[in-house]
Ligand binder design. Structure first.
Ligand code: FA5
Length: 340
């Protein structure tokens, strides 16, 4: 049997608590009830102090009852606290005289910023902007670009197929075909957009990346025109210290074909991990539009010539912002993104 006197004290305390918590109007009243019951000098602590007056077996029973009451008071108080907080916030929210919550200010993703810079630079040189679908047919992604079925060049780009005939475009070059199909020369466009390849990710390769295609077709267009446009672009984006170099290459849709590199701005041409010690970063494939491509879009190749290029946007962003690894652009780590 546990001592009647202390048992009734515990019961009284419980009913007193129930009464007072019901009358509590706000958080400060709830807090004073908490101090009154659970504080160091509160009613529950005082009863715990009396425990030592009882023999061991009674002490255990009384202790249990006290602990039950203590945790009951604790849970009830936190419930009341939450409701009261909610009530107070909704009252604040309804008060139109209070200043509103500040929303964090958003910003452009670095790739978007670079795309906008590229677009504005080419616009200033008289280029207009074209777009094409990311889910493309084999015809536009390969065939009309002079890459027929079974051509070894189809292996150059590891392709993500949707079905036998539909692919996720591996480059922005299909937009060249779509533009030329829809307008006669002269053509002077850039086509920015996302591309997909089954490339193994590393510091300069991502399976999803952006390219900016360029296409200029008219009478008398030469490779020198392209060099002029690309070097103007490079200097506008990076400043006059930027150097470019063209190397011979092969693309079935251009003849002759080239690739061009920009000075690695991360090491200023001295050689680092990003440029693999060469001082140069490959930016783009390029060349003079192959007359075979003109046949697909019914342009007269005896009258018209043109150049085309396809630049990697992330590579440009890496040089511009001195980012050592392309994967950082796609990890969505706000600590990285907040720096732009
Ligand atoms: C092409 O995609 C051609 N369509 C470019 C072209 C257009 C040539 C017009 C001639 C005329 P290439 O596969 O080399 O070419 O890619 C072009 C650029 O895209 C590369 O120089 C690189 O900067 C970028 N690039 C390619 N693959 C990736 C990747 N996995 N991750 C990031 N950037 C890439």
């Amino acid at each position: 049997m546990i001592n009647q006197d202390i048992e009734s004290k515990i019961k009284n305390l419980e009913s007193e608590f129930k009464k007072s918590i019901k009358t509590a109007n706000d958080e400060s009243e709830i807090e004073s009830i908490r101090i009154q019951y659970l504080g160091r000098k509160g009613s529950i602590s005082n009863l715990f102090k009396d425990l030592e007056l009882f023999p061991l077996d009674e002490r255990k029973q009384i202790g249990k009852k006290l602990n039950d009451l203590k945790s009951h008071i604790h849970t009830t108080l936190s419930k009341y606290q939450k409701t009261s907080q909610k009530k107070e916030t909704s009252q604040q929210y309804l008060d139109p005289t209070l200043p509103g919550d500040r929303l964090p200010i958003g910003r452009y993703h670095p790739i978007t910023t670079v795309l906008r810079k590229i677009i504005s630079c080419f616009k200033s040189m008289g280029f207009s902007i074209a777009h094409g679908p990311e889910v493309e047919t084999e015809y536009y992604n390969f065939e009309a670009l002079n890459i027929p079925k079974g051509h070894p060049a189809r292996d150059m780009q590891d392709t993500l197929f949707i079905d036998d005939n539909i692919v996720l475009r591996t480059h922005t070059s299909p937009v060249q075909i779509r533009v030329m199909e829809n307008q006669p020369p002269p053509v002077r466009i850039i086509a920015p957009g996302r591309c997909y390849r089954r490339d193994t990710p590393d510091s300069t390769h991502s399976p999803v990346f952006y390219q900016v295609e360029g296409l200029c077709v008219d009478e008398g267009i030469t490779f020198a025109d392209m060099k002029g446009v690309i070097s103007t672009f490079a200097k506008q984006l990076f400043g006059s210290q930027m150097k470019i170099r063209f190397r011979p290459s092969f693309f079935p849709f251009t003849e002759p074909s080239a690739e061009y590199d920009f000075t690695c701005m991360i090491c200023e041409g001295k050689g680092c991990r990003v440029c693999k010690g060469t001082g140069w970063v490959e930016i783009s494939g390029a060349g003079m539009v192959n007359p075979e491509v003109f046949k697909y879009v019914k342009y007269g190749s005896e009258r018209y010539t043109g150049y085309a290029f396809g630049m990697g946007v992330e590579r440009l962003a890496m040089l511009l912002y001195e980012v050592h690894d392309i994967r950082l652009f796609y990890e969505n780590d706000v600590r990285f993104l907040n720096q732009f």
